[in-house]
Structure formats: C-alpha cells, structure tokens
Design a protein around this ligand. Structure first.
Ligand code: 5AD
Ligand code: SF4
Length: 352
C-alpha cells in the first residue's frame, strides 16, 4: 500500500525526546515483525576514490584537487576479501567513485568473479559503483554480483539540480535504477537527509519514491558539510544533534511504512554520535557495513567531515562491533547473505 503523504510528514516532524522515543519504538516493533533482530554484515571495501563526477556535496568530487587519488590493487582487494571470509561476514560491498572506462569495468568483473571463486560462491556481493550502461550492469551481474546500491540523493529533481553540476542528470540516475532492476539485481537506493534547501515534504516524497520504485534496500545518511566543497560555508551552522535526529527519524519512518526492506545503519550516523550505528539499529535499520578497507587508504575516502574509523583496523572494529550489537540485544547473521525480504516478496508475487 502506498504510504499517505500527510502521515509521512507528521511522522517526520516528530519532536521532543519522548515522542521521538516512541517513534523509534514503533519502528523497532515493525522491524522485529518483518525482518527480525538479526543484523547482517557487509564488509565494505572502498576500492578507489577516483571519480569522474563532481557532486557539490562530496569530499572526493573530481574538483577537489587536494585529495590524493588511489586505487587498491587486485591482490590487496583479495586480501580484504579473505578478511571478510575469516570474519564470516556473509557479504561484501565494493564501493568506489564513478568510472566508466573499460579497464575499470573489466577490473571489477575480474574481481567479482574471483571473489565468487575464492569464497566458493559463499560471499554475497553488493556493488556501489555509480551510473553505468546496461551492458556493464549485466556483465557484473553475470560475474556474480547480486545487489547494487545507487542513491538517488533526493527525489526532488529541482533540488538534485541545485546539488550537482549541469551535466549530472536526475533522469539518467533514475533510468539507471530501472536498468539495475531489469538485470535482476536487488536494488538499493537512498537519500541524504538535511540537505541544504531540503524540506520535510521532500523527505516524505523520497519515501513515496522508494515505495513507487519498489526499492529493496535503503542506505541513507545525514548530509555533513565538507571543507573542500562549495558547501563549506555550512560547516559553522551545522548542528550534529539535529542532523542525527533527522537521519534517525528518516530510518524509523521508512521502516514503519516500507516494512520489509533492508535498511543500512550508515557510517555518517556514527560520524555524528559515537553510538550512531546502534541508534540506527534501534530506529529500524538491520544492516551494517563494517569498513574493511586497509587503514592506509581510509584518509583518501572522506566524503564528509569527521568520518570515523580512520585508524581503526578491521580486526579491532570487529571485536567492538560484536560487543555493541549484543549489548542492544540483537544477534549477528554470520555467514548469511541477509537478502531483502522485500525482493523475494516482489518476485514471488510476479511469478504467481
Ligand atoms: N555528507 C553525507 N553523505 C555524503 N555523501 C557524499 N557526500 C556526502 C556528505 N557531504 C554520500 C552520497 C553518496 C554516498 C557515496 O555518500 O549520498 O551517494
Ligand atoms: Fe563521485 Fe559519488 Fe562523490 Fe558524486 S557522491 S562525487 S559520484 S563519489
């Protein structure tokens, strides 16, 4: 059922500690009912910060000449994959800036095939590599990737225009989401909350967009201004508590209304609060993406200010993570893919 816009706006406008607590509680009940309290882990490899795009909000945009660009080698990437297998994470996410050149496309294909081989088909693979041609999405799907994340950033085309240079197209991004669906991927998207110029109505429309597009997975996080972007003037007035609350509210309202989708508790939440990740789980998220990128590369992948975990090794993180998840009474779905329930529901309905 399509959510009601007025109700979405009311829920997103929740204020005051008590009201917020009951919103999160309601979302948590729905999470328990539809997806349970097992957290699924996806080891995240930030494969390269080379990006052909120049999104105004992003710290690794092509226009930022102060970033040292890197690309992790095949061997290094496979070492990180081994770590993921040793940790029993069940799935891996390969994320990078956007590139459409053939050497890159073939590099990804080889990597995906090798991950499947090394893990004896056991690791689930999610890609987050931006806008590509249908043939490329197909090639990667056939190589063994089965989920793809491509954030729409905002479902408001006018706001999208204000956040991107003229040669970045909302319509093209939307079309890419459709191509991904056509290939057979579980499709994930998401938005940033608290963007300059964004209203509560925009966020309500974002949720309607997720519903209309029948999205399987969501990755959303608060916008955090970065000093080397055109939005650096927003750093002084940035309020981390407000940004955190809006990000958590968006997770909760998505869980309440979309019910059976996978929702990630993203790193941007943790950048704003030491327990941001757990708060995300308490507000309705059910997926975490621990960063397994070698620490020597992490400084290069700062999309926003204050990104946490720059020096924390994957092993240190793993020990901490387990403690924190158990402490809120949840379990970890080790060695499980933890696919989106929504995806299977849609597929079954269509084949009936
Ligand atoms: N604050 C928060 N999230 C950001 N992203 C990019 N820049 C920022 C920022 N300043 C997010 C975008 C993008 C994802 C890779 O990171 O949503 O899709
Ligand atoms: Fe590139 Fe993504 Fe950053 Fe845009 S948001 S500049 S596509 S890494």
């Amino acid at each position: 059922m399509r959510p009601d816009k007025k109700e979405l706006m009311e829920l997103l406008s929740t204020k005051g500690e008590e009201n917020l607590a009951s919103l999160y509680k309601r979302a948590y009940e729905i999470k328990k009912q539809f997806v349970g309290t097992t957290v699924y882990l996806r080891g995240l490899i930030e494969l390269s910060n080379i990006c052909s795009k120049n999104c105004y909000y992003c710290g690794i945009r092509s226009g930022n000449k102060e970033v040292n660009r890197y690309q992790i080698s095949f061997q290094e990437a496979m070492e990180e994959v081994k770590l993921c297998i040793d940790f029993h994470y069940g799935s891996i996410v390969i994320q990078a800036g956007e590139r459409e050149d053939k050497p890159w496309i073939d590099f990804i294909t080889k990597l995906v095939k090798s991950i499947k081989e090394l893990s004896d088909n056991k690791l689930g693979i999610t890609l987050s590599l931006g806008e590509q041609e249908l043939e490329v999405y197909q090639q990667w799907f056939e190589a063994g990737a089965h989920r793809y994340l491509l954030r729409i950033e905002t479902s408001n085309p006018e706001l999208y225009k204000a956040l991107h240079p003229a040669n970045h197209s909302f319509a093209h991004r939307l079309n890419c989401l459709h191509l991904l669906r056509q290939c057979g991927y579980q499709v994930g998207t998401g938005v940033m909350t608290g963007l300059p110029g964004q209203t509560i109505e925009d966020l309500a429309n974002d949720i309607l967009f997720f519903s209309d597009e029948d999205i399987d997975m969501l990755g959303m996080g608060p916008f955090i201004p970065h000093h080397n972007t055109p939005f650096k003037n927003l750093i002084d007035s940035f309020n981390p508590t407000e940004a955190l609350n809006l990000g958590l509210k968006m997770i909760a309202v998505c869980r309440i209304t979309l019910q059976d989708v996978n929702i990630a508790s993203t790193t941007a939440l943790q950048a704003l609060h030491p327990e941001g990740r757990e708060l995300g789980l308490k507000a309705g998220a059910n997926v975490l993406m621990p960063n397994i990128t070698d620490t020597k590369y992490r400084k290069g992948y700062q999309l926003y200010e204050g990104k946490p975990g720059l020096n924390e090794t994957a092993i240190q993180f793993q020990k901490e993570l387990e403690k924190h998840i158990y402490a809120i009474g949840e379990t970890i779905g080790y060695d499980k893919w933890g696919d989106s329930h929504h995806f299977f529901k849609r597929k079954n309905e269509k084949t009936l």
